[in-house]
Design a protein around this ligand. Structure first.
Ligand SMILES: [Zn+2]
Ligand SMILES: [Zn+2]
Length: 182
């Protein structure tokens, strides 16, 4: 039997994939032993697999960014709800119109403070969150701190979301093969 590519050479092996006869020189080109065509098909498959994996990685990254953005928008909604509820409660008292407006604006930021403390809380050892009374106490402390740090916490999350938004745009525009550089 002669080599598929060289009519003048004796075949010493066959392509592992399609069974074409190959001479010594051709058989030594690939490991496992493959003909040109099958080797090319295999390369194409590998490129396609790498592309698919890269696309999936990029999608996960984009999803995480979008999550961060929706989290911010969700906190804004909580802020509006918190402000409306507290404003309603405050309006039962004898606060003036200007005070009401100021407080209502401030109340909006409370969920941002709360969210930041919740995040910091994840670094605390779980053992200190033992009893029910501790949770009640902790909720009061957390509420108070939330009111105090609401505005800076909001600014921090606003800036973060701004950069996340820019990353989302960059990732959405870029071709998959360029995504590594972000
Ligand atoms: Zn082959
Ligand atoms: Zn050959």
């Amino acid at each position: 039997m002669k080599c598929y590519y060289h009519e003048d050479r004796e075949a010493v092996a066959t392509c592992q994939h399609c069974g074409k006869a190959l001479c010594k020189a051709c058989a030594g080109l690939y490991n496992p032993c493959l003909c040109e065509e099958c080797a090319q098909i295999l390369r194409d498959q590998q490129v396609e697999q790498a592309r698919t994996a890269e696309e999936a990685r990029r999608q996960r990254y984009l999803d995480a960014l979008v999550d961060t953005r929706s989290e911010f928008l969700r906190t804004c909604v909580y802020g509006v709800i918190t402000a409306l509820i507290l404003r309603y409660m405050l309006a039962q008292g004898n606060a003036s119109g200007a005070q009401l407006m100021l407080y209502t604006a401030w109340f909006f930021f409370i969920p941002f403070g709360w969210k930041l403390i919740t995040y910091l809380q994840s670094f605390m050892p779980l053992t200190i969150f033992g009893t029910l009374w501790f949770w009640v106490f902790w909720a009061l402390v957390k509420g108070t701190i939330s009111i105090l740090i609401g505005i800076p916490a909001f600014l921090y999350q606003l800036v973060k979301t701004f950069f996340v938004q820019r990353k989302i745009q960059a990732v959405s525009q870029v071709r998959p093969q360029d995504a590594e550089r972000i």
